[in-house]
Design a binder for this molecule. Structure first.
Ligand code: PLP
Length: 389
C-alpha cells in the first residue's frame, strides 16, 4: 500500500508533470514573472469556468477576503457576521480592518453558518455576512441572501474550501459557490481543491464598479500609474502560480469527482457504525437525500471529509490513527469566540452550543484526489477496530 497522506500533492503532480514543467519553464523563459499574460489568461479561464464577470487574482485567500471588505467600503465599527466554526483567516481580516466581528453558531449537520443565528445577531450596525462554504459544502444561500436583502447587508462568500461546488436554489436555479453573494474570495493554497505550488488567491464579483475598485486596491490603490486614489495593498498572483493553475483548472471537476468518490467509499464503510456520524450532504434542494452523495451535481466538493465521533475519545482515536500511519486532522479544535484574540464580553456560551460540541467530536480523514481503495479500506478498518474494540 502507498504511504497514506492527508493530501497527496506529489501523486497529483506526477499525472500532469509534463504540462506543468513545460509551462513553468515557459514563464521563466519569458521573464514575465509579475502581471504577465499567464495571469490574465488564468483570470479569463476562471471567469468562464465560474460563469462570473470578474475574477481579480491576488496573493492569497486571506488577502482576498480583506480586499473584498476594503472594496465594499466597510468602516471601523461596522459589524460583520461570520461563523464561529471556521479557519481564523475569516475573522482575522474583519478585526484587522477594525470592523467588529460578530461570531455566530453553525448547523450541526452541515457545519455551516446557521441562518437563525444570523438573524438573532443582526443590529443596526450590521453591514455584512460572511458565509464560509465549510469543508466544500455550500452554506444555506437561499436563507442568507434573503436575510441580506431584508436587512440591506452585503454577502461576502468565503469560498476557499468550496471552489467548484454548486448550489441549487429553492427555485431550481443553480450557481457555483462564490458567484452568489456580492463578492467572494478564494484561496489557491496548495492543499485547497484548486491549489497552486505556493500562495495564491482571488476575488470574484459580478459588480463592474466593485471590480474596478478592487483592481485598484490590489495594486497600491492605483487606477492610473503613480496616481494613488485610495489606500491599497500589494497583493498579486505571480505568473508561475497562474500557469500552474491554468494547467490544473481543466481538471478541477475531475479532482472534485475523485474527492466525492472517496467520500462515498468512506461513507459506505462507516455510516452504519455506532458512534460515528458521517458527513451529511444536505443537498440544498438538489434532490439529494441526506447520507447519499449526489452523482449529478457538485453540491459537496469535500475539501475535508469530516466525521463526528460520539461517546468516543476523539483525541485517542486520532492518536491511534497516527500510530497506524494514518494522518488525520481536527478542523477546528477551538471555537473562534474562545480564541484569545477574538474573545468578547458580548458573547454568551449558550449561543455557541453546536460549535462547542463539534470541536470535541470532529475528525477529518485523509482527503485528496489520489486515494485508492486499499488505503480507504485500511483507514476505515482501523477506525472501526478502534471504535468497536
Ligand atoms: C485556507 C482558507 C483561507 C485562507 O487562505 P490563504 O490562501 O491560506 O490565505 C480563508 N478561509 C478559509 C475558510 C480557508 O480554508
Amino acid at each position: 500500500m502507498k504511504k497514506i497522506q492527508m493530501v497527496d500533492l506529489k501523486g497529483q503532480y506526477e499525472r500532469i508533470k509534463d504540462r506543468i514543467d513545460a509551462s513553468v519553464l515557459d514563464v521563466i523563459d519569458s521573464t514575465a514573472f509579475i502581471n504577465g499574460p499567464e495571469v490574465h489568461n488564468f483570470q479569463k479561464e476562471l471567469e468562464a469556468y465560474l460563469d462570473i464577470k470578474h475574477v481579480i487574482p491576488c496573493a492569497n485567500g486571506t488577502d482576498a477576503l480583506q480586499i473584498a471588505m476594503m472594496g465594499l467600503g466597510l468602516k471601523p465599527g461596522d459589524e460583520v457576521i461570520t461563523a464561529d466554526f471556521t479557519f481564523a483567516a475569516t475573522v482575522e481580516v474583519i478585526a484587522l480592518l477594525q470592523l467588529t466581528p460578530v461570531l455566530v453558531d453553525v448547523e450541526q449537520d452541515s457545519f455551516n453558518i446557521d441562518p437563525d443565528a444570523i438573524r438573532k445577531a443582526i443590529t443596526p450596525n450590521t453591514k455584512a455576512i460572511v458565509p464560509v462554504h465549510l469543508f466544500g459544502q455550500a452554506a444555506n444561500m437561499d436563507a442568507i441572501m434573503a436575510i441580506a436583502e431584508e436587512h440591506d447587508l452585503y454577502v461576502i462568500e468565503d469560498n476557499a474550501q468550496g471552489i467548484g461546488s454548486s448550489y441549487k436554489f429553492a427555485d431550481g436555479k443553480t450557481a457555483k459557490t462564490g458567484t452568489i453573494g456580492h463578492v467572494s474570495s478564494t484561496s489557491f493554497f496548495p492543499s485547497k481543491n484548486l491549489g497552486c505550488y505556493g500562495d495564491g488567491g482571488a476575488i470574484f464579483t459580478n459588480d463592474d464598479e466593485l471590480a474596478h475598485t478592487i483592481r485598484g486596491i490590489v495594486n497600491h490603490g492605483m487606477y492610473k500609474r503613480y496616481h494613488h486614489d485610495v489606500v491599497g495593498v500589494n497583493s498579486r498572483l505571480d505568473s508561475i502560480q497562474a500557469t500552474i493553475l491554468r494547467a490544473k483548472l481543466p481538471n478541477l471537476d475531475i479532482y472534485n469527482n475523485a474527492r466525492r468518490e472517496a467520500a462515498r467509499k468512506y461513507n459506505k464503510a462507516l455510516e452504519s457504525i455506532t458512534n460515528i456520524i458521517t458527513p451529511k450532504v444536505k443537498g440544498n434542494n438538489c434532490g439529494t437525500t441526506e447520507d447519499t452523495i449526489c452523482d449529478t451535481c457538485n453540491c459537496h466538493v469535500f475539501h475535508q471529509y469530516t466525521l463526528r465521533v460520539i461517546n468516543t475519545d476523539r483525541d485517542q482515536l486520532a492518536a491511534h490513527l497516527n500510530e497506524k500511519g494514518i494522518p488525520c486532522g481536527v478542523y477546528y479544535p477551538i471555537p473562534l469566540h474562545s480564541q484569545k484574540a477574538y474573545r468578547d464580553d458580548r458573547y454568551d456560551e449558550e449561543d455557541f452550543m453546536v460549535t462547542n460540541q463539534l470541536i470535541k467530536e470532529v475528525i477529518s480523514l485523509p482527503m485528496h484526489t489520489e486515494l485508492d481503495d486499499d488505503q480507504i479500506d485500511f483507514i476505515t478498518n482501523t477506525i472501526i477496530n478502534f471504535i468497536t474494540k
